[in-house]
Design a protein around this ligand. Structure first.
Ligand code: AVJ
Length: 322
């Protein structure tokens, strides 16, 4: 089985649990309370997100998979021959699997993910289904510096894959910095394939993040349950409500947890007070126009080469070159 490649001699990292506790306390003691969206994805949060992707209102995942199924051959042909493909934040490999049948001369597939266990099991499954594929997993946070494994460095070329519109979770400045960081990681003459959710009717966007079955509400509230479990807190989940809406001026979905009443919560022995109606801002999900995303990419050193969308213009997949 492929072994995750560990970054070379990094300084001893701060334990993830301590980092989480510090970020939570900093966010909840700020004048406008906030928590980072990356913390949604503990085991329960990841399962809830998988359930979100199957909701009738949540169009992004099935639309992106449809684009990959329909235009997979063309998207694959945007990669130079003999390239190693680096997937940033790989999670499940279902999107990659749509491209693989068209990528017959791939030098290696390099999934990069913080979750080492998940990375290993996905890599094993992939190795079983595509025995000719060289899989070289890297256990790392893709937003931080990490070394590419020899399988990628020795390839004729390098390409990046960043599906799912995860780019939308970053503030515009941070999104540009991340795209720049991908360029530095992949090196000169790289190609990048990015999935980007598009601006559309507000009612469609609002429903996608506030579904009738309440799965997105459970996903949002799970963050409080996670803090109770891992940081030590006494959040009463019934005392908070899910709120999600598209802000047209800022072109982003905002998700909040709204305090239903004035209340006091203790988080890692620190008292946190909430006024009735006060919110914790838990996520931004930016939506782009095709031209708007290309301009962002250009500001980060990437040139738009091709773009594919679905017939309804809901979602886009971009091929960029350095
Ligand atoms: C995984 C960041 C793409 O923004 O659509 C889904 C996360 N949040 N429903 C998104 C999410 C609420 C999702 N991304």
């Amino acid at each position: 089985a492929p072994r995750p490649h560990l970054p070379p001699a990094a300084p001893p990292a701060e334990p993830a649990s301590r980092r989480f506790a510090e970020d939570v306390l900093a966010g909840l003691t700020a004048p406008r309370k906030h928590l980072a969206a990356k913390y949604f994805y503990d085991q329960q949060g990841s399962a809830l997100f998988e359930a979100i992707t199957r909701l009738p209102e949540y169009y992004p995942t099935r639309t992106e998979l449809g684009i990959l199924a329909r235009h997979g051959a063309e998207i694959a042909s945007a990669l130079p021959p003999g390239a190693a493909l680096v997937e940033f934040g790989s999670g499940s490999t279902q999107k990659l699997r749509r491209l693989l049948p068209h990528l017959r001369d791939l030098a290696a597939y390099v999934p990069v993910d913080v979750s080492e266990e998940f990375l290993r099991s996905e890599a094993e499954d992939l190795g079983r289904d595509f025995p000719a594929l060289r899989v070289a997993p890297v256990a790392a946070d893709f937003t931080q510096l990490f070394a590419l494994p020899p399988e990628a460095l020795g390839a004729a070329a390098r390409a990046g894959f960043f599906p799912g519109s995860t780019i939308g979770n970053f503030e515009p400045e941070a999104a540009a910095a991340l795209l720049r960081h991908f360029g530095a990681t992949l090196g000169p003459q790289a190609t990048l394939i990015v999935g980007v959710d598009l601006v559309k009717d507000k009612a469609v966007l609002d429903a996608a993040y506030d579904d009738a079955a309440g799965v997105t509400a459970a996903f949002n509230l799970n963050l409080l349950a996670r803090i109770n479990r891992e940081v030590g807190a006494d959040f009463d989940l019934a005392a908070f409500a899910h709120r999600a809406f598209f802000d047209t001026a800022l072109s982003r979905i905002e998700m909040h947890l709204v305090s239903r009443q004035a209340q006091r919560v203790t988080v890692a022995n620190v008292p946190i007070t909430f006024a009735a109606g006060e919110t914790i801002h838990t996520e931004n999900s930016y939506k782009f126009t095709v031209e708007g995303f290309r301009a962002l990419a250009r500001s980060a050193g990437w040139e738009g080469r091709a773009v594919w969308t679905d017939p309804d213009g809901l979602f886009s997949i971009h091929a960029l070159t350095a």
